[in-house]
Design a binder for this molecule. Structure first.
Ligand SMILES: [Zn+2]
Ligand SMILES: [Zn+2]
Ligand SMILES: [Zn+2]
Length: 162
């Protein structure tokens, strides 16, 4: 498992790499990586924090890139459909994928305090869930795993207060 959101990493190159990967993938698949779609992905990558559609719309509006909700929704829909971003059901919010271009089953760790989200990869067909599914003769196509708790930073902040 590797996760990015809670660890220190080279954030500038992380944004550039993800944008570059998305750009290359769009080109290869004949998809339009429009300025709005690119900007929404950049906004999502900036903080590794889940953002609601309205927060994204606010940013776009501030930057003069569109003020109509469908603009944000359509861009998010494009990013999610093509695997550049994920929807966090628990928060009804979106986060940039940290492994774009890879076929993966993401698992999210959501900090309930600062709302930062780390993405880890697992293979759901392994482990106990996979075993239970095999026992039941069930074929898993998609799983949603969202764990809620405290990130390392917020745990430290909590320890200071008490
Ligand atoms: Zn980063
Ligand atoms: Zn992902
Ligand atoms: Zn936190």
């Amino acid at each position: 498992m590797d996760s990015i959101g809670f660890e220190t990493h080279d954030h500038a190159s992380c944004i550039a790499d993800c944008i570059e990967t998305a750009n290359a993938q769009c080109k290869a698949q004949g998809l339009q990586f429009t300025p709005v779609r690119k900007r929404v992905l950049e906004i999502l990558l900036q903080e590794h924090r889940a953002l609601g559609a309205y927060e994204i719309l606010d940013r776009l509006r501030e930057e003069g890139m569109g003020s109509q909700p469908p603009v944000a929704y359509r861009a998010l829909d494009f990013l999610v459909t093509n695997g550049f971003a994920h929807k966090i059901e628990r928060l009804n919010a979106f986060i940039a994928c940290t492994h774009p271009g890879e076929d993966h089953a993401p698992v999210f760790m959501i900090c309930r305090k600062c709302k930062s989200v780390a993405e880890a990869q697992t293979v759901p067909t392994n482990g106990q869930l996979g075993q239970a599914a095999r026992d039941a003769g069930f074929q898993i196509e998609r799983t949603v795993v969202e764990a809620e708790g405290l990130c390392p930073k917020c745990q430290k902040a909590d320890a200071k207060c008490t």
